[in-house]
Design a protein around this ligand. Structure first.
Ligand SMILES: Nc1ncnc2c1ncn2[C@@H]1O[C@H](COP(=O)(O)OP(=O)(O)OP(=O)(O)O)[C@@H](O)[C@H]1O
Ligand SMILES: [Mg+2]
Length: 584
């Protein structure tokens, strides 16, 4: 069994489709196949008895024929409904498990590849596996039983006639082989292009303000059109192939019919075969064609599901950051230190040049503030990401209370650390959900309002038409930037973490709002260990230690007075700019 077959098999087994329901469905499907196999026999007897036997005999045969047909079709229908249920169960399990797995992957996983691609793991890949595991699998079993059953009955009815029938049909099916293979690869391209299209469109709509402010509508439409065009071409190619397939199958069936009629007609004419047997043969043509198409569709679906399961298995093989053995409890308080930390994003760590942080060391005492300053791209936000354990230090270690932070239970550690990122994100949901976001316990409205008050967000929340129940739209486009920042601050007040990471946005807010945010931040920092990336001279001046980063290295570390004394140092130049700003 090839690797991709194994992946598929393991995934399906893990999803534990209900054996009971699958057995019932298989049983019903087989019963349906058997009934449908017998109805041409009833027809044969019926045709042969016409004019020879009495009405009663004829009536029984007709009842048998209709009964077999109706019951066979009905049982097949019930089996399909059960299978749909099993398929949905499998797809539910897969989607939930893949979502859970992907959400637990480290931030680094999300740095590469596209969101559209990741989304299609959960949407289309899971669907194609569940489709194969349920409906397609049973229809394959059903098709094989039908095919073998039909061939046995046909051989029993008439040898040479069976050879003629199967010979003609199989020739037609061999002819469609290359077209099926081509259709398969085109369908895969359709899927890939469609995923690309949905990824691009999602991106365009989520950044619609950027698109419009740069009058880039026509550029994006053009870019989208190119993808839409390629989806169209692939779909058109697939449609043409399907038509070709239908024609070949149609011609194959018609040719078989003609051959059977001519050859059978001749046999009937010379008295070698009854007209009933000929009728049965004609009906069996359809009993043989359907299984052949079912088998072909199974093979096509199998290819797709194998691709899907290889991609999902690759995700399952990545390690979930929550699964680490580190279960240590972080001490309540302690000194936070970087000890010769170097870090590279991705796997470029071997070459020194790829290092974003180089040999960074500093310590920050409990309850005091460390301000990180430096030019853009110097690695300031990266330091905060490392404390959050979004990434692991490539070299060196980060300690809290003397212990490596990698030894702590991840979720407990992150609960101790409050992070206000450079761009404050909001999640779709109400204002209440956003302030209480990720809180493990249930927060009362009074607590939420208290946190909002401390974050100076109460006034604008009260002014909203639905207050805490106001729905924040995707990316918070219905509130202002300063309001978003204050929601992020309120979130931290509610969690009340010991350590605060603050990445101040460079874009300045208007004076009054900035003042509000500033007051909120200052009160948020009280009584915590703060690591702040800041552009405000007052925060820098109030910090116990200032760390000046230059090109990923600590170029100066100490109090404002110490650093400012070195007039040639990078910090002094930076501070002069700050002070000029304040004076101006
Ligand atoms: N997810 C990432 N993957 C790869 N490289 C990254 C990633 N994030 C940042 N970098 C790179 O790391 C370097 C430091 O980035 P960082 O965001 O830490 O800078 P910064 O000092 O916070 O800058 P700014 O003041 O503009 O926010 C930059 O050169 C950046 O290109
Ligand atoms: Mg930054």
């Amino acid at each position: 069994m090839s690797q991709s077959h194994q992946d598929l098999f393991k995934l399906v087994r893990k999803s534990r489709p209900s054996i009971r329901l699958m057995s019932i469905a298989t049983g019903l499907s087989l019963a349906s196949a058997l009934l449908l196999l017998t109805y041409p026999l009833f027809t044969q007897l019926l045709v042969d008895s016409l004019g020879k036997q009495g009405w009663v005999h004829w009536g029984w045969l007709a009842a048998g024929m209709i009964g077999a047909l109706v019951a066979g079709t009905a049982l097949g229908g019930v089996s399909s409904v059960i299978l749909a249920r099993v398929g949905q169960d499998v797809s539910y399990w897969l989607r939930r498990t893949v979502l859970d797995k992907m959400i637990g992957l480290p931030v680094g996983f999300f740095d590469s590849g596209s969101t559209g691609d990741r989304t299609s793991r959960i949407t289309s890949d899971c669907a194609s596996i569940s489709q194969l595991a349920s409906a397609e699998a049973i229809s394959l079993v059903n098709g094989i039983v039908m095919l073998i059953g039909s061939v046995i009955i046909l051989l029993w009815l008439d040898h040479s006639m069976t050879l003629v029938l199967m010979g003609t049909l199989l020739t037609a099916f061999v002819c469609i082989g290359p077209a099926v293979a081509k259709l398969e690869s085109v369908s895969r391209e359709v899927q890939e292009r469609s995923a690309e299209l949905s990824g691009l469109v999602t991106q365009i709509f989520s950044e619609i303000r950027l698109v419009k402010s740069f009058a880039a509508e026509s550029y994006e439409v053009e870019r989208g059109t190119r993808v839409i065009q390629s989806v169209k071409e692939r779909n058109y190619a697939a449609a043409k192939l399907r038509v070709v397939l239908e024609i070949i199958i149609g011609v194959g069936v018609a040719a078989t019919l003609v051959v059977v009629l001519v050859y059978g007609g001749h046999r009937v004419a010379i008295g070698d075969m009854s007209i009933g047997v000929l009728t049965a043969f004609i009906l069996y043509i359809f009993n043989v064609v359907n299984p052949l198409t079912q088998i072909a569709s199974f093979i096509a679906e199998l290819q797709r599901a194998k691709g899907a399961s290889s991609r999902i298995t690759a995700i399952f093989q990545l390690s979930d950051e929550r699964d680490s053995d580190a279960r240590g409890r972080p001490p309540e308080t302690g000194v936070l230190s970087f000890e010769s930390v170097s870090f590279a994003y991705g796997s470029t760590g071997d070459e020194r040049g790829g290092m974003v942080l180089k040999d960074v060391s500093f310590s920050i005492e409990e309850g005091s503030t460390l301000a990180i300053v430096g030019e853009s791209g110097g690695g300031k936000s990266t330091i905060l990401s490392l404390i959050e354990r979004f990434y692991e230090a490539t070299e060196g270690r980060i300690t809290y209370g003397g212990k490596d932070i990698r030894e702590f239970d991840l979720l407990t550690w992150r609960e101790m650390v409050g992070y206000v990122p450079q761009s404050c994100a909001v999640m779709p949901g109400t204002m209440r959900d956003n302030i209480a976001y990720g809180l493990r316990r249930k927060a009362t409205d009074a607590e939420i309002l208290e946190a909002a008050g401390k974050a100076r967000a109460l006034d604008f929340i009260k002014a909203l038409p639905a207050g805490l129940d106001t729905i924040l739209s995707e990316q918070g486009s219905n509130i202002s930037g300063g309001q978003r920042q204050r929601i992020a601050i309120a979130r931290i007040f509610l969690r009340d973490p010991a350590i605060l990471l603050l990445d101040e946005a460079t874009s300045s807010l208007d004076g009054e709002t900035e003042q509000l945010v500033k007051v909120a931040i200052d009160s948020l920092m009280e009584g915590r260990t703060n690591i702040v990336v800041t552009h405000r001279i007052t925060t820098v001046l109030n910090a116990r230690v200032i760390c000046h980063l230059h090109d990923g290295r600590v170029s100066a570390l100490g109090s404002h007075e110490d650093l400012f004394a070195d007039k040639d140092g990078g910090y002094a130049r930076l501070a002069q700019v700050f002070i000029k700003d304040v004076v101006a």
